[in-house]
Design a protein around this ligand. Structure first.
Ligand SMILES: [Zn+2]
Length: 907
């Protein structure tokens, strides 16, 4: 069949077979000439459009015109020919509006005007449509002028596009005009599109057109035939047809393999349509198995026999490949066994085998037991493996209603934590693998849920397991690479199609492992074999418990029933070891003083109720090697910190009270006042100043898992995607009232220690504390630097009280904690919590005095500090991120006793 198509392609070249192709001149001149009255009317239309665009006025004008026209089809065509924006590819163009309004208007009057849609009008409409490029316009005019019955008339135009190498245009028109079936020969349109990597268009052309699907897949599979060089073949095709913009990677074997596989799967075509793909995959699978056995040493025993039989099947070419590969791997004994098993004629045996066979034969004659099948595959494995510490009776198979119900009622009773794993038979061909088992391990029992025998029948019970286990946040589900398992479960069990894989109740030990090593310099109880380095469950088991997992049953036929004993223990251990790892990590964290519970909450994306101080300190310690990287804005640094923790987050509604300092929000540009108030309360608040429609704010909210606060229409647009509980429309008008509204709504707890714990300018919460003497030192360097850089230093900036303008003092005093006059007094009164216990991260001695810069290499903003403050205040706090200088003063007092008095919870 493949060859047939090939020939067919050659014979036809790239011509489309058009049944009634007719030569026609594009001549619209008759429609271009319009009388003066129409000209005037058109001018008015253009003016109105210029003013109002798509509007009731324009629609009114148009419909009035339609209803007075002797032949509205003709009149609209005239307007379309004479309107000046036809090439605009948008629904917002005037021509599209004309066509759309006409389509609406005529739909209820079709019968009245049915005789007015004459052949010459249709023909001119064709010409018009082929001369412009607005797809939307084409579609609506095509329908309104009932062109479908003559759609083939467009074929010459499409043929022209193809001749001009405008494959994309041709494909789009072919889809809109329902002309896909004229492009069955893959070489005409589909292959050029594939070579240009325009696969979406290929899909559009193939959908609902089974003939085209079969033709294309057969054609492509033919390219995959062994002995054929796909790149040479495609290069020749590209040269012959002068195809532009070809993406080289599309011509290679692997992407093509993948594409054929995907198309065959997508269109559900049986394997007969891609014999070469299956052959290639079979060879690939065989290589993989040989590798697993002789290099990786991970497959042996019955699993090996099973998988070889499965892969090779009755394909004589693959049988020969197998025997040859085994002989090449110097395992002549095994090669001989399979050669005999497949009854392969001796003249086809590899040379190495023939010699060896004679020796073997003698052996068999003298020592008959060797021939017994049971002795085929006795191998010693020198590695010691981690084993299951549960009695055999604790592995329970769940494969009917009774065992299933028992699992639900007794098995999950009072269970708080389980390990979950799943198994499926590996498959290499076009056939999809189905989930075979789900293992659920509790502390005392491992339940092996047989999906093959219960998946289709016991749907009610599977739905129940969804509610009782998967959607139950109170049972912690441990996994390793959990998303993959859950993905398989979702696909294979319709009753569990909507279960989640992340969020509260789910913990991926792979993520926990990465977190521990990256952020906490974690030491595992065992060092493990340094030659064994992959990021696998087996490695993690080795690091936690000293011995790795025996994976020799991983690649085995999980669909066979009954399962072999070794398969059962393998499956049970794979789930049970997750519980063991969790326990080891918990104990080890306690030993190393790592906050395990917080870590678990983070991995499950549960908002923490405790300050993150400790975690952050550890994170900073772990990353101390990179501390020289300068961070210019708090946002970027916050982003950096967050991105690690916010992959694939599913949002949970809040529960309980949360600490102000930990509450993370983003305010859109309409909530500047509220943003200031929130920062004053210590909330982690990003304010996006220029973002009228809220897009930027919403994006930040999603990326950083922040609550999105808005007053505008952005709420409606983004609430569905940001998720419940993470998007809020603020109702109050005044910032003070808005503050109360949101704090109440989100149950945020503001305490005195939160007040002014963040930089009011940049939101950062890391400050360096300096004394007045240090400030004087800084001032000296500051002056020096200014002089060096040629700035004319304003002498009075620091020393002369009169030179500080009233305006700048006013703006600054809002953002400074306390103004100058009575700072000493206040220090005595409330000094206890001002200096120490705020929820900020306070350091000393991180300043670089010589360059007058903070840890993040930002210049300290000394010029903003009034001279009398320098005289009177003892302690200053400098924002590490932006260099803003703060000091305690009466502003603090005013804030605590003023607007925030009702909000703060005094301990
Ligand atoms: Zn700052």
């Amino acid at each position: 069949m493949a060859q047939q198509f090939n020939r067919c392609g050659k014979d036809m070249g790239t011509q489309i077979d058009v049944p009634f192709l007719q030569e026609k001149e594009n001549d619209l001149s008759y429609y271009t000439s319009i009388d003066d009255a129409t000209k005037t009317w058109l001018n008015t239309l253009h003016c109105t459009w210029g003013l109002w665009k798509k509007s009731d006025g324009v629609t009114k004008m148009l419909t009035d015109y339609f209803s007075t026209a002797p032949n509205p089809y003709l009149s609209v065509l005239r307007i379309l020919v004479n309107v000046s924006d036809k090439s605009i590819k948008s629904k917002m163009s005037l021509s599209f509006t004309v066509a759309e309004d006409f389509s609406k208007w005529i739909s209820s009057r079709k019968d009245v005007y049915k005789d007015f849609l004459q052949a010459d009008i249709k023909s001119a409409t064709f010409d018009l449509l082929t001369m412009q490029k607005n797809l939307q316009l084409t579609k609506i005019v095509f329908d309104t002028y009932k062109l479908a019955e003559h759609k083939e008339l467009f074929l010459p135009a499409l043929q022209n596009m193809i001749t001009e190498k405008r494959y994309k245009d041709a494909a789009q028109y072919a889809c809109i005009l329902h002309l896909q079936s004229y492009f069955l020969n893959p070489e005409v349109l589909l292959l050029p599109l594939i070579l240009q990597n325009k696969l979406t268009l290929v899909d559009d052309l193939l959908v609902n057109c089974m003939e085209a699907q079969k033709a294309l897949i057969t054609y492509l599979d033919d390219l995959l035939a062994s002995g054929k060089n796909i790149e040479t073949a495609l290069e020749a095709f590209v040269d012959r047809n002068q195809i532009p913009e070809v993406k080289i990677s599309t011509m290679q074997l692997r992407p093509m393999n993948k594409l054929v596989g995907r198309l065959a799967k997508q269109y559900n075509l049986p394997p007969e349509y891609c014999p070469n793909l299956n052959q290639r995959r079979g060879e690939g699978a065989l290589k993989f198995l040989i590798y697993k056995r002789y290099v990786d040493c991970k497959i042996r025993g019955e699993s090996w026999n099973e998988m070889v039989r499965e892969t090779v099947g009755t394909d004589s070419r693959l049988q020969f490949e197998l025997v040859k590969s085994l002989a090449q791997a110097n395992d002549t004994k095994e090669a001989l066994r399979w050669a005999k098993d497949y009854k392969m004629p001796k003249d086809q045996w590899p040379w190495a085998l023939v010699d060896c066979a004679e020796v073997e034969l003698e052996d068999l004659n003298t020592n008959p037991e060797v021939a017994a099948e049971e002795n085929w595959d006795v191998e010693e494995d020198p590695i010691r493996y981690h084993t299951l510490h549960l009695p055999r009776g604790s592995i329970k198979i769940v494969n009917d209603t009774r065992t299933f119900e028992e699992f639900l009622t007794k098995g999950l009773k009072e269970v708080k934590i389980v390990g979950i794993d799943s198994e499926w038979k590996p498959s290499f061909g076009t056939k999809q693998s189905d989930l075979a088992l789900i293992q659920i391990a509790t502390k005392t029992t491992v339940y092996i849920l047989d999906v093959i025998s219960t998946g289709k029948e016991l749907t009610d019970l599977w739905a129940k397991i969804g509610i009782m286990l998967f959607d139950n946040k109170n049972i912690l589900k441990l996994g390793f690479g959990l998303a993959h398992d859950i993905g398989m479960i979702r696909e294979s069990l319709p009753a569990l199609a909507s279960i989640k894989a992340t969020g509260q109740g789910y913990m991926d030990l792979l993520h926990l492992w990465r977190k521990l090593t990256k952020e906490h310099c974690f030491q595992f109880p065992y060092k493990g074999d340094s030659a064994f380095t992959n990021e696998s469950l087996s490695k993690l088991v080795e690091l936690c418990m000293g011995h790795r997992l025996n994976k020799s049953d991983q690649f085995s036929n999980w669909e066979r029933r009954p399962l072999r004993e070794s398969q059962l223990t393998y499956a049970a251990l794979d789930a049970y070891c997750l519980l063991e790892i969790f326990e080891v990590l918990r104990v080890q964290c306690a030993r190393l003083d790592v906050a395990f519970n917080e870590l678990c909450a983070e991995t499950q994306h549960i908002p923490s109720k405790l300050p993150k101080k400790n975690l952050r300190k550890q994170a900073a310690k772990a990353g101390s090697g990179t501390s020289s990287i300068s961070i210019h804005t708090a946002e970027s640094s916050v982003q950096k910190f967050d991105q690690k923790n916010t992959e694939n987050i599913k949002v949970e509604p809040w529960t309980g009270m949360q600490a102000a300092h930990e509450w993370r929000v983003v305010c859109d540009s309409m909530l500047g006042g509220l943003a200031r108030q929130l920062r004053m309360c210590g909330c982690d608040c990003i304010y996006v100043e220029f973002d009228r429609r809220g897009d930027q704010s919403a994006k930040i909210a999603m990326q950083q898992k922040r609550v999105f606060l808005t007053r505008g229409s952005a709420y409606n647009r983004f609430a569905p995607s940001i998720g419940q509980g993470y998007c809020y429309r603020v109702l109050e008008d005044k910032p003070e009232d808005q503050l109360k509204e949101v704090l109440n709504n989100f149950r945020v707890l503001v305490m005195p220690k939160d007040i002014f714990s963040r930089c009011q300018i940049c939101n950062y919460d890391e400050f360096v504390q300096v004394s007045r003497n240090t400030i004087f030192e800084l001032e000296k360097s500051f002056t020096k630097i200014r002089h060096r850089n040629g700035h004319k230093f304003h002498q009075g900036a620091f020393r002369d009280v009169d030179n500080v303008t009233a305006a700048s003092t006013a703006t600054d005093s809002d953002t400074n904690l306390i103004s100058n006059q009575d700072s000493t007094l206040i220090h005595e009164k409330r000094g206890t919590f001002y200096n120490c216990n705020r929820t900020w991260r306070l350091t000393t001695e991180t300043l670089d005095i010589a360059s007058c810069a903070t840890r993040h290499r930002v210049t300290v903003q000394l010029d903003k500090v009034p001279p009398n403050v320098l005289k009177n205040v003892e302690q200053f706090y400098i924002c590490e991120c932006c260099g803003k200088v703060y000091w305690d003063g009466s502003h603090m007092e005013r804030t605590l006793n003023g607007t925030l008095r009702d909000i703060i919870v005094w301990q």
